[in-house]
Design a protein around this ligand. Structure first.
Ligand code: PBG
Length: 323
């Protein structure tokens, strides 16, 4: 008789036949920074803060000590620097560039930095693109995004991550990076980024929620799976190095499609709302946060993502050591 329970009889055999394993080297830890002397809690993203310049260095060191070698930096910009034309995004001495230079000076190539390429942190409209008469302008935005990528690359950002969902941005960023001698900078594209309800805590962290309307004219309709294939074909053709699906745990079908459709590394972003749900359920006593997070991230990897962005990277690295 064929008895699959033979595989499950003890820990050694279970481990022997285990198909995949999470590894800290595949994690990217998102970190929020701001231009103030002290760090401030982000209430909806328990365990995370808007970090001051010194604390972010300490957090990088902590991450490295736990085997996490890549961070994604998200700057929270003071309101008086937000404009409709988003020029602060191109200021080479903006918060993002200043902090990046400091981190790279301290940790060099031991720590890779992912820079978000989208205008929302800098926009008085709270949109990822330039807004005119209530419309999000595509090609005008792409021009700014490509310049933004070069400014960030100059400051030391290693991986440029367009999260804006404008059409044609990957090729524009690749071209301008190459023209400026940045052939080795990677592009991790938010390829299938859905107009999700799970970005709330992130928008709290950056105070970046749209002032008018929503992001449905550029982020994808979450009913669509085939359209994610169209976005993938475009990003591959335009020269993306890593393709991302976002959110992650609710979009395992899309992750799985990407794994079979491309040879590029597939990333998945376990977003702020997905993380906050687990924290809230833990705090209510309904489940154990660390056990549940481990299961969710394992499922994301099982579906086909190798690179995983998660707010729980530090917790999971401790968890993996205890296994
Ligand atoms: C901004 C951006 C967002 C996230 C990453 N980059 C928010 C949005 O599109 O409104 C969300 C990440 C998260 O919720 O963890 N372009």
């Amino acid at each position: 008789m064929i008895r699959p329970r033979r595989f499950r009889q003890n820990n050694v055999i279970r481990n022997l036949v285990q198909e995949i394993r999470l590894d800290t080297s595949n994690f990217i830890l998102p970190l929020f920074i701001h231009d103030q002397v002290e760090s401030v809690d982000i209430p909806s993203l328990s365990g995370h803060k808007r970090l001051d310049a010194i604390s972010v260095l300490k957090q990088c060191e902590l991450a490295l000590n736990k085997g996490i070698n890549t961070i994604a930096l998200f700057p929270s910009i003071d309101d008086d620097k937000k404009t409709s034309t988003c020029e602060e995004a191109l200021n080479e001495d903006n918060l993002m560039c200043t902090v990046t230079r400091r981190i790279k000076k301290t940790f060099g190539d031991d720590l890779m930095i992912v820079g978000d390429i989208a205008l929302d942190p800098y926009s008085s409209d709270g949109h990822d693109g330039l807004v005119k008469d209530g419309q999000i302008l595509n090609d005008e935005t792409v021009e700014v995004l490509a310049k933004m990528a070069v400014v960030q690359a100059e400051s030391g950002v290693d991986i440029l991550a367009p999260s804006d969902m404008m059409d044609g941005r990957v090729i524009a960023i690749r071209d301008l990076l190459d023209q400026n001698g940045f052939q080795n900078k990677l592009i991790m594209s938010y390829t299938a980024k859905y107009a999700s309800n799970f970005y709330g805590p992130f928008r709290d962290a950056l105070d970046s929620a749209p002032k008018e309307g929503d992001k449905k004219t550029y982020q994808m309709n979450f009913s669509n799976r085939l359209e994610a294939g169209l976005e993938l074909d475009l990003d591959v053709a335009e020269g993306a190095d890593i393709v991302m699906v976002k959110p992650a745990s609710l979009y395992l079908d899309v992750i799985s499609d990407y794994r079979s459709a491309t040879t590029l590394p597939v990333a998945a972003y376990h977003v702020s709302g997905e993380y906050a749900m687990l924290k809230a359920a833990h705090e209510a006593g309904y489940l154990n946060f660390e056990d549940a997070l481990f299961e969710v991230l394992t499922s994301i990897k099982r579906a086909g993502a190798s690179v995983i962005l998660t707010y729980g990277a530090l917790e999971v690295s401790d968890y993996l050591k205890k296994l």
